[in-house]
Design a protein around this ligand. Sequence first.
Ligand code: APR
Length: 313
Amino acid sequence: MRKKISVIGAGNVGATVAQRIFDRGYADVALVDIIEGLPQGKALDMLESGPVLGSDATVVGSNGYEVTANSDIVVITSGIARKPGMSRDDLLFTNMKIIGDVTRKVVEQSPNCILIVVTNPLDAMAQHAYQVSGFPRERVIGMAGVLDTARFRTFIAQELKVSVEDVHAYVLGGHGDQMVPLTGYTNVAGTPLSQLLPADKLNALVQRTRDGGIEIVNLLKTGSAFYAPSAAVAAMVEAVLLDKKQILPCCVMLKGEYNVRDLFVGVPVKLGAKGAEEVIQLVLSPEEYMELRKSVEAVRELVGKMHEKAKTG
Ligand code: APR
C-alpha cells in the first residue's frame, strides 16, 4: 500500500507541495482547505495529470479532515502569507489561531503522523503545533532551513558559476532576519567558501539569504514564495518516506542541544522514518555561536508573545 501524505492549506505552498508529491507517484495525497471547491478542484486537476506523468497515486481534495485519516505525514501550510511591508512576525496571532485549530483536527484523524509545519512565523508555529498535538518532539518538524540553505546555495552557485549541487551549506537559527548562514561549514566541492570569495562578497550573499523571503514578497506583491518552499518540503517528506537518514537543517524542539532548551530552532537534523531522529551538534565558531544566540532570543521573544496571547485570549 502506498503511504499517505496530507497537506492542509491548498494555497500556493500547499497546492505546490501536493503537486510535487503526487508527481513522484509514491504516496497518495489528501489536500484540505476551508475554501469550498478549492482543494477539490486543484486535486482533480492534479489527478488528471497522472496519465501524462505516469503517476498512479491518488489525490483528493476536501473541506473536511476525514480524507486525512491515518496519514503518515501531514504538512501544514494553512494560514495567511506576507504582503509587502509585513514581517513574518506580523502573521503571529492570526496564524497561531489557525495552526491550533488545524493541528487539533489533524491529530484526531492521524494520531501517529509526522507533522511538517510550514506556516509562518515558522519557529513559533512549529512550537505551537508541538504543544497542541502533544506529539513527541521527533514527530513535529518545521520547514525553514532547507529553504534558507537552498537560497544561500543558489546565490553562491550563481556568483561562482558552479553547479548548485557542488555547493554545501548550512543555515541555522530562526527563520527570520537573524538566521545564521554558517559560512565556516560552507564549501564548494570541499573548498571552503572563504578561499573562493572575498569577505565583502560573502557578507553580501549572507545578507541576500537573510532577505531571501522578502525579496520574493516585494516582487510578487500579492503573496510570498512557494516554488522553493514546496521543493524544500518535498525533500523533507522524501527523507522521511524513504527512511533516508538524511541530514537536513530543520526546525525542531531543542532540549539542551546548542545550549537551547524547550524552544524550536533551526539546526541540522537526521531525518528518517521516525521523523527528526537525531539533532546533529556542529562545533560553531564564537561568532557563529553569538549569532545563533541572537537568533534564538528573537524566537524566544516571539514565542513569549504567543504564550501571553494564549493566556489572555
Ligand atoms: N484551515 C485550512 N486552510 C486554511 C485555514 C484553515 N483554518 N485558514 C486558511 N487556510 C488556507 C487558505 O484558504 C489558503 O488557501 O490556507 C491557504 C494559504 O494559502 P496562500 O494564501 O496561498 O498562502 P501560501 O503562499 O500558501 O503560504 C502559506 O506558508 O510560507 C508560509 O508565510 C507563508 O504562512 C504562510 C503559509
